[in-house]
Design a protein around this ligand. Sequence first.
Ligand SMILES: Nc1ncnc2c1ncn2[C@@H]1O[C@H](COP(=O)(O)OP(=O)(O)OP(=O)(O)O)[C@@H](O)[C@H]1O
Ligand SMILES: [Mg+2]
Length: 161
Amino acid sequence: MATDLPPDGKPLDWNTRMEISASAARGLEYLHLKMKPPIIYRDVKCSNILLGEQYHAKLSDFGLAKVGPSGDETHVSTRVMGTYGYCAPDYAMTGQLNFKSDIFSFGVVLLELITGRKAIDNTREKKEQNLVEWVRSSSIISFYLLYWAFRLVKKYSILLL
Ligand SMILES: Nc1ncnc2c1ncn2[C@@H]1O[C@H](COP(=O)(O)OP(=O)(O)OP(=O)(O)O)[C@@H](O)[C@H]1O
Ligand SMILES: [Mg+2]
């Protein structure tokens, strides 16, 4: 997913992008809901999502993974780690990590898949360098993204979203 296209390469079609999103979401679902104890992955980003046969996505790089909060705890307090552009703002500000931190980063991956832009792209003009900020600043783009998110959820019933 992170590989830039060669000059004669074609972008991935929408179905393939949806399949990749859905299989990456299943990986996160497994870590969050099925693992015992549940795990927060903490480094969801395109370069950590490796693609196997038929674009089946596999999460890689578990170096930052952390056991999630248990019992009545809502979060675990920890040093802020992760990757700029993907990190949930509340976690970045407070160091309080929870499962939703991964979901935020996964949302950034979805934005990348839908727009074809990188989470951080320093070659663009200033207001378009940070993908999340750029999307937030444009209501037409937000509407377009909501439309695609809706299609994705409808097709795969991704409860994580
Ligand atoms: N087993 C693998 N097979 C194919 N490509 C891989 C494999 N492991 C990593 N890559 C690719 O190699 C590149 C470098 O990966 P690497 O994990 O070292 O750095 P990164 O994911 O960009 O950043 P970070 O160090 O924060 O994880 C990425 O594009 C990644 O997708
Ligand atoms: Mg990596």
